[in-house]
Write a protein that binds this ligand. Structure first.
Ligand SMILES: [Fe+2]
Ligand SMILES: [Fe+2]
Length: 202
C-alpha cells in the first residue's frame, strides 16, 4: 500500500537523520571529562602538542606587540599634509593589534601555557620587524611590509592547526582577516600619497 510505503520511507529517513554514531557516547564523554580536570579546556581529544601550539602563539603574540609599538611610534611621529588621516589609521591599527595580542594571550592561558611578554627577545620572537621610518610614506610602507609578513605567517598557522584545534584556528583566521584589512587600508593610504610628501620628525 502506498500509505505504508510512505510511512516506511519516512521512518528510514528519520532514523538516518538521527544517526549520531560519529559522536562519542555520553557515558564515555562524561568519564573522559573527569580525567585530568586540571588541564581545563585541553581534553583528551586535543591531539596537538600544546607546548608547540603555545610556542607558535607566543611568536604570534610577539608579532602583535611589535606591531602595536611600531604603529604607536608612527602615530606619534606622523607629520605633514597627509598626516591627520594617516595618524588616525595608525592609531586604529595600534588598538586592533593590541586586541589581537590580548586574544592570543588569553588563548595561551586556556591551553595551559604562559604568555611571554618579556621585553628581552621580543623583537627576535616577532615575525615582523620594528622599523621606525623617516617619512610618512616610509612608515606606511614599513607597516604594509609588516602586515604582509603577519598575513603569511598567520595563514601558515591556520593551515597547520587545521581541524585539530578549531578554536585557535578560528581566532587566528579572524586575526588574519583583520591583518588583511590593515594591509588593504595601507595600500589605499599609499595610493593617495605623493612620493615625497609627509615627514616624520626623523
Ligand atoms: Fe594584529
Ligand atoms: Fe595588522
Amino acid at each position: 500500500m502506498a500509505q505504508a510505503k510512505r510511512e516506511r520511507a519516512a521512518g528510514a529517513a528519520a532514523s538516518a537523520a538521527a544517526d549520531t554514531s560519529f559522536l562519542t557516547d555520553v557515558a564515555t564523554l562524561r568519564e573522559r571529562a573527569r580525567q585530568h580536570i586540571g588541564e581545563g579546556a585541553v581534553t583528551s581529544t586535543y591531539t596537538l602538542p600544546t607546548e608547540t601550539v603555545v610556542k607558535v602563539l607566543n611568536d604570534a603574540l610577539a608579532t602583535e606587540i611589535v606591531c602595536v609599538l611600531r604603529y604607536k611610534r608612527h602615530y606619534f611621529m606622523a607629520e605633514g599634509i597627509h598626516a591627520e588621516s594617516v595618524k588616525a589609521e595608525f592609531l586604529e591599527h595600534a588598538n586592533e593589534e593590541q586586541s589581537h595580542a590580548d586574544r592570543i594571550a588569553e588563548r595561551i592561558v586556556q591551553l595551559g601555557g604562559e604568555p611571554d611578554l618579556a621585553p628581552d627577545g621580543l623583537a627576535s620572537r616577532s615575525h615582523s620587524q620594528y622599523v621606525a621610518g623617516e617619512t610618512l610614506r616610509e612608515m606606511v610602507v614599513e607597516d604594509l611590509v609588516a602586515e604582509r609578513i603577519a598575513i603569511d605567517s598567520y595563514r601558515e598557522i591556520v593551515q597547520w592547526l587545521g581541524d585539530r584545534d578549531p578554536t585557535t584556528r578560528k581566532m587566528m583566521e579572524e586575526i588574519l582577516a583583520s591583518e588583511e584589512e590593515h594591509a588593504d587600508d595601507l595600500v589605499s593610504l599609499l595610493e593617495g600619497m605623493p612620493k615625497d610628501e609627509g615627514r616624520g620628525h626623523g
